[in-house]
Design a protein. Sequence first.
Lengths: 116, 114
Amino acid sequence: DQQVKQNSPSLSVQEGRISILNCDYTNSMFDYFLWYKKYPAEGPTFLISISSIKDKNEDGRFTVFLNKSAKHLSLHIVPSQPGDSAVYFCAASSIISSGSARQLTFGSGTQLTVLP
Amino acid sequence: NAGVTQTPKFRVLKTGQSMTLLCAQDMNHEYMYWYRQDPGMGLRLIHYSVGEGTTAKGEVPDGYNVSRLKKQNFLLGLESAAPSQTSVYFCASSYFPWSSYEQYFGPGTRLTVT
């Protein structure tokens, strides 16, 4: 039972155009959402995040949108660059049942390819 | 500042063998985590630690043990490896979770169990 879903395993976009990566979640206890970027043979690196009390957060070329009623978030990359080609993971944060820490629940990732 | 490092980077084990994966962080983080990543799936939490000397189970803890004897190190052990444990293992660390939600990841260890 996946609580965080990324339904598109891959996405190809032309350089300079907008990339839109989508993520859906089911657990209402998630209160913070993050996007990670991963290159081959490297660990995931943090990209951008958003609190559940906001609906948009922007950082340079990257914007994350959150629609709480639809339990949906998206990452927009404008303009897309070839160096953005990577796997993008959506992650949701919640308190671990013991209350002593937080955990991240990850989606399965979307491979973004930006074509020159 | 190396961040989070993992050793080894690759390992091949035979079924029933044991091994220990080492994670080290130099950011003075209290919280450390071990994840596994399988094809077509997101990262899943195996075990975590909220501080030196503490460990707790995550989502998929069976077949693994952990220890956090020093704040900067978090060890993941497989006592009797099984083919189902073939995966890429990532270690992560974070500050106090109530003020920061971001986790910092190591480069991963690719483990194959034959």
